[in-house]
Design a protein around this ligand. Structure first.
Ligand code: GRF
Length: 194
């Protein structure tokens, strides 16, 4: 695999900062950005970056419409995508769907654990460190195998906003590296299989 082609799925309120970090990294070729509506903030950023955008609203045959929009990508990357992926997408891109989460999973993950709630929970639990996790995606929220984690300290005076900003900076490093790592793992496996 040369530079992996990726399709990025963003949510209705996704800022698109991880999408932009992946696109600018040189570690991946972003073939398409898929959003549920034109009004998702990430869509404007994708246009500004010259990325192809496909609007795929949820509804009938959502899974097959997503698969069609993704086309021949090597990896599907969720970035601020809030839903469970349809089984058809997981089957089609088996072992090639990644997500990023703003905590050190398995801590502070699962349904309803997103955005500032994650960082508030980390602070409330008195954790001394936090970070982000890139993991493979399965049919449950934040439960697929972890691929890469980056860590940062939680400062005694941290607010959720301050911690979120520190973790987000890590996310922008972690996601491109994780794509590179996932591609290397697939390449290594294909070379060693008979
Ligand atoms: C990130 O914090 C990511 O960990 C989570 O959703 C957020 C998306 O942010 N899954 P952005 O849209 O990439 O800025």
């Amino acid at each position: 695999m040369d530079i992996p082609r990726v399709g990025i799925l963003v949510g209705p309120r996704g800022r698109g900062s991880n999408m932009a970090a992946i696109a600018r990294s040189g570690f991946a070729d972003v073939s398409v950005v898929i959003a549920p509506s034109e009004s998702a903030p990430a869509v404007q950023i994708a246009h500004d970056l010259g990325l192809a955008v496909s609007i795929v609203p949820p509804g009938d045959e959502y899974g097959s419409r997503l698969v069609e929009a993704l086309g021949k990508v090597d990896f599907v990357c969720l970035a601020g995508y809030m839903r469970l992926l349809p089984a058809e997408v997981l089957r089609t891109f088996d072992g090639r769907v990644l997500n990023i989460h703003p905590s050190l999973l398995p801590k502070f993950g699962g349904q309803g654990m997103y955005g500032s709630r994650v960082h508030e929970a980390v602070i409330a639990a008195g954790e001394s460190e936090s970070g982000c996790t890139v993991h493979y995606v399965n049919d449950k929220y934040d439960e697929g195998s972890p691929l890469l984690q980056l860590r940062c300290p939680v400062m005694p005076e941290d607010t959720a906003e301050a911690l979120a900003a520190r973790v987000l900076a890590l996310e922008h490093q972690a996601y491109p590296w994780a794509i590179e790592l996932a591609a290397a793992i697939i390449h290594r496996r294909s070379e060693s299989s008979p």
